[in-house]
Write a protein that binds this ligand. Structure first.
Ligand SMILES: *Cc1c(COP(=O)(O)O)cnc(C)c1O
Length: 806
């Protein structure tokens, strides 16, 4: 392990100091007196104060990096699912105690302040949240790094339910000024699109037909302990031509604004799905916009610091988060060849020495491709370079014909990213094995050292310290606070699992979180569960492979059994769902409607009410995750084996003391290995078995006919038991389950139902349950994103942390 000096904030401000500085920002910065200030005014003042406190570490980090000529990391991602920043900043700057006091002196309610901040949802789900956790860990580990993303005006849509059905509402986080960002009017890049390529003196010259300006907005990302901050640079699109005054003066008021509208479309909205390939021209333009803005910026800084292009691989590493920025390969080669005059081989070697690619999915529908026609029209020079890269790879490897970037008039971005990358990584041990054996099997044979594994992680600062203060107090009192920066230290809790007093503390902490959740989030839905019930939580994007359908069918089957024996000794349970479906994903939206329909029926049943309730709070996002996960007893990680690349929600639950019911999929496999098989409720087919089962004709029908519970549950849906007698509302869903069921809901159902009864049995023994929960926490250290980032630093980027003041 790398040892380095960790600077600690030397001067912790006092509460009085914070109080005075907040008032200063309120009056001088916001132009408000304390008497007239709204909660937003106070939040802006406090946020500006915290941003101010991040500037010293930000500049110290930049200075140290520059002075030491250190290698830098650039993380390119179309998504950063940031959530709120205020609470996280208070914690990482180590201000919690003093800030609480200062807020009390000012008569402000901390929770109200935190809740006033819009949730920055510049991402869809796991992939975007991973990027946000990585940014935090990079700063906490003092790795010189910069994130590059798009400053979407509208993040992921807000979800409402109307008669149980998902309705999407435009999200508007930038309606109110963002106190964290520094607009950098001077840091801008010109981004070209379309046009034609001309050859001048043997050199290609691209004459773009359209040009937009990318303008930077920098968000400081403060690391744990406040000693180091990196920048997340978000690019906004602006017109290259000024407002057309002639058209305006001629009376064409709307037409005059046209260039502005067209340009800004590029950074207007986040595509609301990362599990299907969008195939839209605007999406390709957005991907190129981000990539080109980032690479110009990166090269500019590199040239001013080092001058010599041959040093590129030594001085910087670029990580591509999925294939979305995979156009970086051709773009970097274009810059090196066309703008800096390098030959093809040199440019290729330099590009491959700096670029790396993370694969996030094996689902065929999510692998990006673009038609050569579209690519050639939008990025004509890049299409030429892609052909050159492909031909060069074919010639140098003698690869088989069916392997390659351009096939059947489609540009395959996965292959492009692989071929242009120094390292390609999967995101869990199982996923990386499958990447080697399936999507990239042929390329892996040609380049056997290129694919490496880096199992995902999450930051314990946000997902424990911020989200679960009651648990954190118990842990701090037991083993100190060192675990926050070195999560393996949670191992020190193992002996406490045998200590009844500790287990009692753990139970009390969980109960406190459950009570709060029941009072607030669930209370708003009219669901008032007993805090003694099992809080059984499945929160994540709604997708067939994640199998929310199996979960709700299990609820129906259980409900039916309780009905048959209402005086039985049932273990009370509240099933909590959360998650959005992509607006165009009809089947996923049908599952949402089914969950809401079933909830409406079951929650109104006086016979079963004390045993089973269902809650589906709308608009799952990072802020909601921070409330739900600490209150969970049971974590549902039930995807079809072989389909979930890693999962990161699973890790958040484990470190907060929920037990997992799950399949051998993604990082579940490693979670189970770490926490111990006896402390994990495993069920279901393995990835290999699932592959064989899905290929067996009639597998679903056979499984349904063999399962009385499943058959009865499906029958109740078909009869319209949950939809006012209108069974046909779910005809397509049922038809697919009976006749196709590619994600094996039917085949795994009985094993899942049986595993849930094992959960019930375990929950009856509080001492045993709490012992298992304690061991889950104690053994979750591996799932810190600090461990993941250390892995990337050592195996992929070959960068060292930088000390300050050395
Ligand atoms: C962690 C997280 C995810 C990823 O959850 P998975 O269960 O791994 O799919 C998605 N959305 C939000 C808001 C998250 O915090």
């Amino acid at each position: 392990m790398i040892i380095f000096k960790r600077p600690v904030l030397t001067q912790f401000p006092s509460a009085q100091d914070l109080h005075d500085r907040i008032l200063h920002h309120l009056t001088r910065g916001q132009g408000r007196s304390p008497e007239t200030a709204s909660i937003s005014d106070w939040r802006m003042a406090i946020s500006h104060l915290l941003r101010e406190m991040m500037t010293d570490p930000l500049m110290a980090a930049q200075r140290a990096t520059q002075e030491q000529g250190a290698k830098r990391v650039y993380y390119l991602s179309m998504e950063f699912l940031i959530g709120r920043t205020l609470g996280d900043a208070i914690i990482n700057l180590r201000l919690d105690g003093a800030m609480d006091e200062a807020l009390a002196m000012l008569g402000l309610d901390k929770r109200e302040l935190l809740e006033d901040e819009p949730d920055a949802a510049l991402g869809n789900g796991g992939l975007g949240r991973l990027a946000a956790c990585f940014m935090e860990s990079l700063s906490s580990l003092q790795c010189p790094a910069m994130g590059h993303g798009i400053r979407y005006e509208h993040g992921l849509f807000r979800q409402r339910f109307d008669s149980g059905q998902q309705v999407e509402i435009a999200e508007d986080w930038l309606d109110r000024p963002n106190p964290w960002e520094f607009p950098r009017a001077d840091d801008s890049s010109r981004i070209g699109f379309k046009g034609h390529v001309e050859e001048v003196d043997g050199r290609a010259v691209w004459h773009p037909g359209e040009t937009v300006i990318a303008r930077a907005h920098d968000l400081p990302v403060i690391g744990w302990n406040g000693g180091w901050a990196n920048t997340l640079r978000l690019w906004g699109a602006h017109p290259a031509v000024p407002f057309d005054l002639h058209r305006f003066n001629a009376g064409d008021h709307i037409g005059a604004a046209e260039p502005e509208v067209l340009a800004r479309t590029l950074s207007r909205v986040l595509y609301p799905d990362d599990t299907t390939e969008a195939g839209k021209e605007l999406r390709l333009c957005q991907e190129y916009f981000l990539t080109a803005a980032a690479l110009q910026d990166i090269l500019r800084r590199f040239l001013s610091e080092h001058g010599d292009l041959r040093l590129l691989p030594e001085k910087l590493a670029i990580q591509l988060n999925d294939t979305h920025p995979a156009i970086a390969g051709p773009e970097l080669m274009r810059l090196l060849m066309d703008e800096h005059g390098l030959g093809f081989d040199k440019a290729r070697n330099l590009a491959r020495g700096t670029l790396n690619y993370t694969n996030h999915t094996l689902l065929p529908e999510a692998l990006e491709t673009w038609s050569t026609w579209l690519m050639g029209r939008v990025l004509p020079r890049h299409m030429q370079i892609i052909e050159m890269i492909d031909a060069d790879h074919r010639a140098s490897t003698g690869r088989p014909d069916h392997v390659g970037i351009v096939r059947h008039d489609q540009v395959h971005m996965g292959e492009l990213a692989f071929i242009m990358a120094g390292k390609v990584n999967g995101v869990s041990a199982l996923h990386t094995d499958l990447v080697r054996d399936t999507v990239f099997a042929d390329l892996h044979k040609l380049h056997p050292d290129r694919i490496v594994n880096q199992t995902n992680g999450v930051t314990p600062r946000r997902w424990m310290r911020l989200a679960n203060p009651v648990l954190v107090r118990l842990i701090d009192e037991s083993i100190g606070t060192g675990w926050t920066a070195d999560l393996d230290q949670l191992r020190g809790l193992e002996p406490f699992a045998e200590d009844p007093a500790f287990r009692e503390g753990l139970r009390a902490a969980k109960r406190c979180n459950k009570l709060w959740l029941a009072d607030h989030l669930l209370g708003d839905l009219g669901v008032k569960p007993d805090p003694e019930a099992i809080f059984d939580v499945q929160v994540k994007r709604i997708h067939e492979y994640k199998r929310q359908l199996m979960n709700i069918l299990e609820a129906i089957a259980l409900w039916r059994r309780i009905h048959d024996d209402p005086n039985g000794d049932w273990v009370p349970r509240v099933k909590i769902f959360g998650g959005k479906a992509a607006p165009g994903y009809w089947l996923a939206k049908t599952v949402i409607r089914l969950i809401n329909d079933v909830a409406a029926t079951i929650n109104n049943d006086p016979v079963t009410g004390k045993f089973l309730q269902i809650a589906y709070p709308p608009n799952y996002n990072v802020s909601m995750a921070e409330k739900l996960i600490p209150a969970a007893d049971l974590s549902e990680q039930i995807s079809t084996a072989g389909k979930e690349a890693s999962g990161t929600g699973n890790m958040k639950f484990t470190m907060n003391g929920a037990l997992t019911i799950g399949t051998l999929d993604g990082a579940n496999v490693e979670i189970r290995e770490h926490v111990g098989a006896g402390n994990f409720f495993l069920f279901g087919l393995t990835a290999a078995e699932a592959g064989a089962e899905a290929a067996r004709p009639g597998h679903a029908r056979a499984a349904i006919e063999a399962s009385e519970d499943l058959r009865a549950a499906l029958q109740m849906v078909a009869e319209g038991r949950f939809s006012g007698g209108q069974g046909d509302a779910y005809f397509e869903l049922l038809d697919r389950t009976w006749n196709d069921d590619p994600f094996l809901v039917a085949s795994d159902f009985d094993a899942y139902f049986a595993a849930q009864r094992r959960v019930d049995a375990a929950y009856r023994d509080p001492a045993e349950w709490d012992r298992m929960a304690a061991l889950n926490i104690a053994r979750s250290g591996y799932f810190s994103s600090d461990r993941t980032i250390r892995g990337y630093m050592a195996d992929i980027w070959r960068v060292d942390p930088v000390g300050i003041g050395e």
